[in-house]
Design a protein around this ligand. Structure first.
Ligand SMILES: NC(=O)c1ccc[n+]([C@@H]2O[C@H](COP(=O)([O-])OP(=O)(O)OC[C@H]3O[C@@H](n4cnc5c(N)ncnc54)[C@H](OP(=O)(O)O)[C@@H]3O)[C@@H](O)[C@H]2O)c1
Length: 323
């Protein structure tokens, strides 16, 4: 008998989580939506029933409950320890626990085999990381990866509800056009604050998390940007191998990889919105270096980039746990 809950049920990831849980007939018998006191009592619909949003408190948590976290990292640090202590499993979408050496960071198609069913917390990677790892991991069949360069074109929904609302106000002219972080008709070339080396936090996440998931330590040269697209992250990827590789062999490997689709049509974010696939498009051999492949990777950042990946983690956990 599984009781599940979504913490941050009123946000973009939380709402998508609820849709994905329904789409995949997640085997729960009871459901709890949690959010802040701003949303307490608001009604959330799940499997044809209405549930009032609750504030997360110890008495609402029971042993064996599965909680999907969809709050910011700071908020997660407040409620996650309390839920773990109460015996729940937490699958957290925030960055709070991703790089903790004692916490698994999982893209099920890449390292889902590491899940034992004994975990109390499993971290869901950053959205831009999930699609990169899903494309890179199978390509290791071609040979050892020497380095990766990735430039991202990330959708506004990746920054949550307030960012989408701000985009809308910039589009309809109710927010001043000279706003410092204007995204409408613009590109923002730094996502999150820079570290001492000048990399912004999104770039650091992409570099560190990809290596952790793949269990590798190759250099990743990341450049992340926010573009005025509603949903769907796009990445331009360059992969350097030790030895020459063939683009058609890479395409064959990726076609056989679960959750990945290969395209040659020049896919756009609109093509992946509301889908569950990671699209790898226009795989090509670099004419100047036969050991270099270039390609595009796209996915819906709210589904495979967040909610779907988290639900797949829970499904893998349940398979191991054998409820
Ligand atoms: N958006 C993406 O594509 C994406 C992808 C991967 C990972 N993530 C990560 O997922 C998390 C959620 O992102 P999002 O885009 O869904 O953000 P969002 O749309 O801003 O939603 C935030 C959610 O957190 C809730 N919340 C705020 N304070 C709370 C509290 N004290 N207790 C419980 N809930 C509280 C909000 O509830 P109220 O409505 O009541 O304020 C809302 O439901 C973030 O950590 C983000 O980095 C996002």
């Amino acid at each position: 008998m599984i009781i599940c809950g979504v913490v941050g049920a009123t946000g973009l990831v939380g709402e998508t989580m609820i849709r994905v849980l329904q789409d995949r007939s997640f085997p729960s018998v009871s459901f709890h939506p949690f959010a802040s006191d701003r949303s307490e009592g608001k009604i959330v619909r799940y499997r044809n029933s209405d549930y009032p949003v609750e504030i997360i408190r110890p008495e609402a948590i029971s042993k064996g409950m599965i909680l999907f976290g969809a709050t910011s990292a700071n908020i997660a640090k407040n409620w996650v320890p309390m839920c773990i202590a109460a015996g729940a499993l937490v699958i957290d979408n925030s960055s709070a626990y991703r790089m903790d050496p004692d916490v698994l960071l999982v893209v099920p198609e890449v390292n889902g085999h590491l899940i034992t069913g004994e975990e109390r917390i499993i971290a869901n990677p950053n959205c831009s990381t999930i699609q990169l790892a899903a494309a890179l991991a199978p390509l290791q069949q071609l040979g050892r990866i020497k380095w990766v360069s990735v430039s991202t074109y990330q959708a506004v929904s990746g920054a949550g509800t307030p960012a989408l609302e701000e985009l809308k106000r910039q589009q309809d002219g109710t927010l001043p056009a000279n706003s410092a972080d204007r995204i409408h008709e613009n590109i923002i070339t730094s996502i999150g604050p820079p570290d001492t080396g000048g990399y912004c936090s999104e770039e650091v996440k992409l570099m560190n998390e990809t290596c952790k998931i793949m269990g590798m330590n190759f250099p990743i040269f990341a450049a992340t940007a926010r573009v005025p697209v509603r949903t769907g992250h796009t990445e331009a990827v360059v992969v350097k191998f030790d030895d020459p590789v063939q683009s058609d062999e890479a395409a064959g490997i990726l076609e056989e990889s679960p959750g990945v689709a290969v395209s040659e049509s020049g896919s756009s974010p609109l093509d992946v919105e509301n889908t569950d696939i990671v699209v790898v498009d226009r795989i090509r051999n670099n004419p100047g270096d036969p050991s270099v492949l270039q390609f595009w990777v796209l996915t819906d950042n709210l589904r495979k980039g967040a909610a779907l990946n988290a639900v797949q983690i829970a499904e893998e956990y349940l398979r191991r746990k054998q409820y």
